[in-house]
Design a protein around this ligand. Structure first.
Ligand code: 8YV
Length: 321
């Protein structure tokens, strides 16, 4: 079958190369005017859309422009930018790339927690600014010792984060929709209860309507003045204004954020807070893992073109596979 792929979003060059080796590849223009013009007379024979997080929604309106699309292949484990209900209505399969990035993102969760507690970026700035050499003492920091880690969402990534913390002799608890059988960590049936019982909240839930704003002012208050918030999931999970207020007033101690509500925009109010850690959604962004993710996207498309079946459909579209 001839495969014509429309890429929505700025994918990295090596991924584009992999796609080009096997398929005909077109780009949805990023510029608003050019995009509108392109969508006026879209190429009729596009049958696959490739997308990634932090791009505009793949929604009913966009899908309707491409009546021959049968597969949306999303680069990443999260796919909250794809309207899966609209895809199912149109009989379109949606795939994502779970598994291959689990360890990388979990490493980032651990690294961000330690960076925030031990003020590693701030200490780096202190050295570069010659403040050490000129006799200043770097202030003492928070510690991981005696911490209670609360993991929100105990899926693949949450479980991998928990396993890492097992090596640190800290208490581990979690919240998810229901208790996970055979898990040795204490379960809490709400984010609020988890925040009240812990001091280091690590967010690993999927984004989307079900988790929007679940970390709000009340949750942050419950986390308390020794509290640390680490977000490696989606910006939408946190009420960003409430977080800014909590960090500015000392309601919680610090935060380490890989994801933001309106990427790549990061509110100035967050950038001005010197005691927090900000990274540009790089949880999975290593050479090895991004290549593995890209290969899975390509493998899904190749499998679909050859057999009509894909390797990693999102749960909502499994019945179409
Ligand atoms: C993105 C991610 O895929 O997997 C996810 O859900 O958030 C990342 O790995 C990556 O940022 C490309 O959009």
């Amino acid at each position: 079958m001839s495969v014509k792929v429309l890429v929505c979003g700025s994918i990295l060059a090596p991924i584009r190369e992999l796609l080009r080796e096997e398929f005909e590849v077109l780009d949805l223009p990023a510029d608003a005017a050019a995009q509108a013009a392109f969508l006026q007379t879209p190429p009729a024979d596009v049958n696959v859309i490739v997308t990634l997080s932090h791009v505009p929604l793949i929604d009913a309106a966009l899908l309707d422009r491409f009546p021959n699309v049968r597969l949306v292949a999303s680069f990443g484990v999260g796919y909250d930018q794809v309207d899966t209900a609209a895809a199912v209505e149109r009989g379109i399969l949606v795939t994502h790339s779970p598994g291959v990035l689990t360890d990388e993102v979990a490493d980032m969760g651990l690294a961000l927690t330690l960076a925030a507690l031990r003020s590693i970026p701030q200490a780096d700035r202190f050295v570069r600014d010659n403040r050490w050499e000129t006799g200043e003492k770097y202030p003492l920091t928070l510690s991981l010792r005696g911490r209670k880690i609360g993991i929100v969402g105990l899926g693949r990534i949450g479980s991998a984060v928990a396993r890492r913390f097992e090596g640190f002799n800290v208490e581990i608890a979690y919240h998810s929709r229901s208790p996970k059988p055979g898990v040795p960590y204490r379960y809490f049936d709400s984010v609020l209860a988890l925040a009240g019982a812990t001091d280091t909240l690590i967010l690993t839930v999927p984004g989307g309507a079900g988790t929007r704003g679940i970390v709000n002012a009340e949750v942050l208050k419950a986390l308390g003045p020794n509290g640390v918030l680490v977000n490696i999931s989606r910006g939408s999970v946190v009420d960003e204004d409430a977080l800014i207020a909590a960090l500015s007033s000392g309601t919680i101690a610090t935060a380490a954020l890989d994801v933001f509500a309106h990427e790549p925009h990061v509110p100035d109010a967050l950038k001005k807070l010197d005691h927090i850690v900000l990274v540009p959604h790089t949880g999975s962004a290593t050479f090895a893992t991004r290549l593995a993710m890209a290969k899975l996207v390509v493998d899904n498309i190749r499998s679909w073109a050859g057999t009509g079946k894909v390797l990693t459909p999102v749960p909502e579209t499994k019945h179409l596979n």
